[in-house]
Design a binder for this molecule. Sequence first.
Ligand SMILES: C[S@@+](CC[C@H](N)C(=O)[O-])C[C@H]1O[C@@H](n2cnc3c(N)ncnc32)[C@H](O)[C@@H]1O
Length: 329
Amino acid sequence: MATEKLSPEVQKIQETVVGMYSENPWPLNRETDEEMGWRLKCLGIVPEDYQNKRVLEMGCGTGEYALWYAKNGAAQVTGIDLSDGSLAIARERQQEMAADHVDFRKMDILNCDLPTDYYDFSYSVGVLHHTGDPLRGFRHLVRTTRPGGIVMVSLYSKYSRRLLRAKQQTCKMLGGDDIDKRVEWGEKLFSGTLRKLDKRYHGLNTKQIAYDIFGFPHESLHSAGEVLRWFDDNAVDYKGSFAPLRIQDYFYAFSLPEYAVFRSTFSGFPVMRWVADLMDMVSKRIIDSESSIVEFPRPGALSRCLSQTMWIPFGLRFNCFTMAGIKRD
Ligand SMILES: C[S@@+](CC[C@H](N)C(=O)[O-])C[C@H]1O[C@@H](n2cnc3c(N)ncnc32)[C@H](O)[C@@H]1O
């Protein structure tokens, strides 16, 4: 594939973002098992979608998700990223796992030289919003996926990231272009925010969280409606969302046994855990998840508006949303 030149603005963003993640790889450690079961089920993704399949992660960081799919039955996993620091950790872990079916490559997701219509399951989690041209990255994600394959994308929410954005702007104002200074200000002024997130990651990423949140080299914010338009324009049919985008899908989500494991990611967020436990109790009484839907209709404008409004008070824990789709044949 011929590479297209990046604009000087996007090039500058890329250098700053990749430089930051190279020095402060994300995530240093994650208990991936605790979040994957419930999240994938809420997205309508089943093990058959990735087991014995070709999987691609765009912006794999330290490879935690890629290695999770490798461990859970994927036939071949490719992870691409530009940050040397993150890739070094990813490769070290791959060797420890002796995962010969995983390949970590240094490659730009905006100029991605991977085959067209090849992967069965392609995803990008928490990356496109850092690129300066997320739609271009999304197009590559779809291009590399085979017709009938799954595309999954996770982006910062325009709504639930708002409060955090105000804190980030304060750090940016005080620290200027110096990322280390911004982080220092974040640690001084918003230590409570960092403590909460530190609990959510069970103390595994203390310094990395500060950089991921307050280093703030570049990020764009997005809405579910916008991602649906990307789906439409690139021949992708909606499959599901996490958190759900229709009220009735919350009842299904909380009726699932997998919530019990995901629940530990609410440490640091007691009010959210209390609300979630209440939903869990109610949902299990009214829905039998064994015989229930596993296909989610495309959410209408009102449902999207209600759900995204509901996400706002839970913004610190849920400031990224995930949407999955199927590439049309
Ligand atoms: C927040 S981390 C996400 C890592 C991983 N997806 C996860 O959630 O575990 C963002 C990653 O995107 C990578 N990245 C940003 N822009 C990129 C680009 N244009 N091409 C490849 N990787 C990029 C960074 O190097 C960094 O490792």
